[in-house]
Design a protein around this ligand. Structure first.
Ligand code: SF4
Length: 198
């Protein structure tokens, strides 16, 4: 049976984006096709995505149920989940009763059937292959301008770069100014870091 490399499965609240504050299961896949650093992207990647273990679909569903049997939303994340998410996984999780959100950097076109797509680009716009989403979210540090995005989305979000768990007031102010000058964008703060949850 086919297996997926899974870094971890856990239950928490979504901390950012339009769905912030909602309860979700997180299915975090191993591996990423980017290496984001402060020098190249304005922030250092704070996600461990190197480790993992192979899990077939029934084992993934069993562990999701163990994490929280009453939660019906699963966020597919990573690393970069699009390296592994396929139609078989989407169909299997839908059959198990789940609705599926994904958080992707947009460099790989997604299979059909996902219920909520968040793209958080980390590359040149020309490298973005998934160009339709429910929300598109750009991390911004002081000095980085409003994006000229190629993504067509329902919601356009600016997310201030954190330094670990800390949000520098100057970074927040920079992003507030960006949104005030560009009202089709909205602010999305990584609230889970302020709430002290994962
Ligand atoms: S794309 Fe996301 S997971 Fe991958 S290195 Fe960048 S911040 Fe980390």
């Amino acid at each position: 049976m086919k297996s997926y490399e899974v870094n971890e499965i856990f239950f928490s609240l979504q901390g950012e984006g339009v769905r912030a504050g909602t309860a979700n299961l997180f299915l975090r896949f191993t591996g990423c096709n980017q290496r984001c650093t402060a020098d190249t992207h304005g922030f250092d990647c704070d996600t461990e995505f190197e480790t993992g273990r192979p899990m077939p679909l029934p084992e993934i569903v069993a562990e999701l149920r163990r994490a929280n049997a009453r939660c019906s939303w699963v966020i597919l994340t990573g690393g970069e989940p699009a390296l592994q998410v396929d139609e078989e996984l989407i169909a299997g999780l839908h059959e198990a009763g789940y609705r599926l959100a994904i958080e992707t950097n947009g460099t790989i076109e997604l299979p059909p059937g996902l219920d909520w797509i968040t793209i958080s680009p980390k590359t040149e716009e020309s490298e973005i292959r998934q160009r339709v989403a429910h929300e598109v979210k750009y991390v911004r540090a002081v000095g980085q301008p409003i994006p000229q995005t190629v993504v067509k989305a329902d919601y356009y979000l600016i997310s201030p770069a954190f330094d670990g768990l800390k949000l520098d007031p100057a970074t927040l102010q920079w992003c507030l100014d960006l949104v005030q000058a560009n009202p089709s964008w909205r602010l999305s703060v990584q609230m889970h870091k302020l709430w002290g949850i994962r």
